[in-house]
Design a protein around this ligand. Structure first.
Ligand code: CDT
Length: 308
C-alpha cells in the first residue's frame, strides 16, 4: 500500500495594506477549491497569509498593530476556510500573526486536517530582522519587535497518513530546524515564507535570493530524507518585491513542482512518503551513523567561540 499524498503549494501574490480579511480569505478559498479540483489532499499557504507583511512598518505603540493579529483561530473571518476544508475533505496549512489571551505575539502556522480540525500549531523559532526602528532603511524588517521567538521548538504530528512538521520562513535557513524534525521521523515539512528580494544589510545577496531559497530547502530535504513544501507570498507588496519560487521538494533533494509566476498560483505534486525511507534507511540512517557525542557545541553554545 502506498502512502502517496497529493500536496499543493498555494502561493499568494501580494496582499496590500488596505486588503481586508474577507478579500484575502476569498483568495485563499479560491486556491483551496482549485487545489481540490486537481485532487490535492493538503494545501499549503504562506507565512502571514491573512495580511500584508506588516513588520515592514514600525509603530511606536505596538497596540496600534493589534489589528494585524488573530486572537482566535478559527475566528469570525477565517471560519469559512475551515468549513470549506471540511466540506471538500481537503486539509490546509496556514500562517498568521497570533495574539494570545495573555498578550504574547507569535508568528504562527497551523495544520488543519481534512475534517477541519486543527492537528498542529507551530510558532516561529528563528525571528530575523531588528527590534527597533531603523529610519535609514528603505523599509523595515521589524519582526523582532512584533514577534516573540517560540520557546517551544519544533514538533511533528501524525496526520495525512504520515509524520508532518512545520517551520516558518527564516527557519528554513537553519539546518537545526530540519534536523530537530528529522530526529522525530518527519516525512514532510511545510514552510511558508515572505522573503524580500532586497536584503538591506548586504545588497550583494539580492541576486542570490532564489538560489539561497532553493539551496537551503533542497539540502534540508536531502540531509533529513524528507519532503519540504516551501510556499511564498511573492510579488510587489507595498513597494517591496518578495521572492516567489514556491516549490515542492523530494527527499532526494529534487524539485518536483515550482511556481512560474509571482502571483496567486497553485502547483502540486504526488508525494510518496515511503520515498523518505530510501534516505533515512541508508545514507542518513541517523541511529547508525550520527555522532551526537561529538556535536555538543550545537546545543551548548550560541555564537562562535574561536579556540585559542
Ligand atoms: N519572513 C522572514 O523570515 N523573512 C526572512 C528575511 C530575512 S531578512 C530580514 C527570510 O529569511 O527570508
Amino acid at each position: 500500500m502506498t502512502r502517496t499524498i497529493r500536496v499543493a503549494a498555494a502561493q499568494l501574490g501580494p496582499i496590500q495594506r488596505e486588503d481586508t480579511r474577507p478579500v484575502v480569505v476569498a483568495r485563499l478559498l479560491a486556491m483551496l477549491r482549485e487545489a481540490h479540483s486537481v485532487g490535492a489532499q493538503l494545501v499549503v499557504f504562506p507565512e502571514l497569509a491573512l495580511t500584508t507583511f506588516f513588520p515592514r512598518w514600525f509603530v511606536n505603540d505596538i497596540a496600534e498593530a493589534d489589528h494585524w493579529y488573530e486572537r482566535q483561530m478559527p475566528g469570525p473571518e477565517t471560519q469559512q476556510l475551515f468549513d470549506e476544508a471540511r466540506r471538500l475533505g481537503v486539509g490546509f496549512c496556514l500562517g498568521y500573526a497570533e495574539l494570545t489571551p495573555d498578550g504574547q505575539r507569535f508568528n504562527t502556522q497551523i495544520l488543519v486536517e481534512r475534517d477541519g480540525s486543527i492537528v498542529g500549531k507551530y510558532r516561529k523559532v528563528h525571528i530575523p530582522g531588528h527590534e527597533r526602528h531603523e529610519p535609514d532603511r528603505p523599509f523595515q524588517h521589524a519582526e523582532r519587535y512584533y514577534f516573540t521567538p517560540s520557546p517551544e521548538g519544533f514538533s511533528t504530528w501524525r496526520a495525512f497518513g504520515g509524520r508532518m512538521g512545520m517551520m516558518i520562513c527564516n527557519d528554513r535557513r537553519w539546518p537545526e530546524s530540519y534536523r530537530e524534525m528529522g530526529l522525530q521521523g518527519v516525512e514532510m515539512i511545510l514552510c511558508g515564507y515572505n522573503t524580500p528580494i532586497h536584503y538591506v544589510p548586504d545588497p550583494a545577496q539580492d541576486r542570490l535570493q532564489g538560489f539561497h531559497n532553493a539551496l537551503v530547502m533542497q539540502s534540508g530535504a536531502y540531509q533529513n530524507g524528507t519532503f519540504v513544501v516551501g510556499v511564498a507570498k511573492g510579488g510587489l507588496e507595498e513597494g517591496v518585491l518578495g521572492l516567489a519560487e514556491s516549490s515542492i521538494i523530494a527527499p532526494s533533494g529534487e524539485i518536483l513542482a515550482r511556481t512560474a509566476t509571482d502571483g496567486d498560483e497553485v502547483v502540486w505534486a504526488d508525494c510518496d512518503l515511503d520515498w523518505c525511507r530510501n534516505y533515512t534507511g541508508t545514507l542518513f540512517d541517523f541511529d547508525r551513523y550520527r555522532r551526537p557525542e561529538v556535536y555538543q557545541r550545537i546545543t551548548s553554545q550560541r555564537g562562535v567561540v574561536t579556540p585559542e
